[in-house]
Structures are given as structure tokens and as C-alpha cells.
Ligand binder design. Sequence first.
Ligand code: B16
Ligand code: MG
Length: 222
Amino acid sequence: MIQGFIFDLDGVLVDTAKYHYLAWRRLAQSLGFDFTQEDNERLKGVSRMQSLDILLSIGGIQADEEHRRAYAEQKNQWYVEYISAMGRDEILPEADRFVRDARSSGIKTAIASASKNTPLILDRLGITELFDVVIDGNLTSRAKPDPEVFILAAKTLELSPERCVVFEDAAAGVQAARRANMFCVGIGSPRQLYDADLVIRTFQGITPSIITQQLAAIHITL
Ligand code: B16
Ligand code: MG
């Protein structure tokens, strides 16, 4: 029986990817090269420093540790400026309603995000109270596809992995959920998230019982 829902944040509950993109592009332009939306796809679900390394490789730039830290810090300052202006209207369609419905039906809820800005984002969206547990990039050291963030979330919820469903928009996150031995619902395109147990485009019209029933139908041993 499913007892916990674990949500990735960026791309699942809110579209912060556009702000990451603006900030990374600003950094790229300050270093003399352009950074496309397509390039940005490669950064989804990837940690800040790994994202920087991908960006620098696109620009053909080599940088020592001190410069890498400074670039990452500058990008984050710009990113924080953008997300500080976010409001409730930026919650993805019906995502908060879905989390509330899950809680009402007795399912525990957690956030499991690579982002160190998770507390600020949840605060701006006014949804901090919807989660029993928040595990983010400040509490973990290994980036997805490593399962660390999901394992820690389940442990803190006091649930075994087989009782948890992960909601993820990034292929690396789907891999992490599988490695954590959890069910995974992909949010987005089935072509990109083919390793998920189930893929939905958005939470619109989706209820927690639709998810648990679909997973039970696939895994009849539930
Ligand atoms: P920050 P998620 C991830 O969040 C983003 O998808 C990824 O693009 C970003 O680089 C990463 O957080 C780190 O974010 O720079 O704010 O610490 O999808 O795991 O919720
Ligand atoms: Mg994500």
C-alpha cells in the first residue's frame, strides 16, 4: 500500500527552469557566449556545480576552482533575484490541490529537491505547510541520479521505499527513484521519461487515487 508521496520541486510543482535559464544565460553572455533553451534542457535536475561545468564546456571555457565558485555564486545571485519575485500564481496547474488531496487521504508528503533555494521557493509559493518533510540540496551531497535525496526523504517520513511514490520531471530523477526502489511518476513527456512507471503531463484532473490505482494495476503485487 502506498503511504508516501515524494515530490521533486523544480519542474513538478513550479517552473523555475525558466529562471535558471535566464540566470545561466546571463552568466554565459557575461563570459562571451550564448546559451540556448535547448542547452538548458541538459541542466534540469542537475546540481548547481554540475550545471556550471556543462555551461562552461558549451562555451569552451576552462576555469579554476576559485573562478568556478565565483561564477556559481554570481548565477545564484541573479537566480535568487528572479525567484524572489515569484508568487502563488506560479504553482504549476493543480499541483497544490493534488498535494492537499493526498494529505486529506492520509498520504504523507515530502519534497526531495537538488535545489539549495528550496526553502525560499516554498515560501514564495506559500506551500511550505503542505509537506511533512523537506529534503533539499542543503541536506544532501550526492546529486540525482544518486538516490540519496529520496532515501533520506523516505527515512525521515519513516516509510520504507516500497511504500513511496516519487514525482519527477527529469530523467536523472527518474533513475534516482528507481535506484531508491520507489515507484516513479514522470511529469512531462513519456519519450523523455520512459523509465517511469507512469507518466502524466500535468496534475490537472489527476487525483491521488488515480495514481495509486494505476500503479496497483501495473504492479499487481501491491
Ligand atoms: P540551486 P529539482 C534542481 O531542482 C533543478 O532542476 C536544477 O536545474 C538546479 O540546478 C538544481 O535544482 C540546483 O538548484 O542552484 O537552486 O541549488 O529539480 O531537483 O527540484
Ligand atoms: Mg526537477
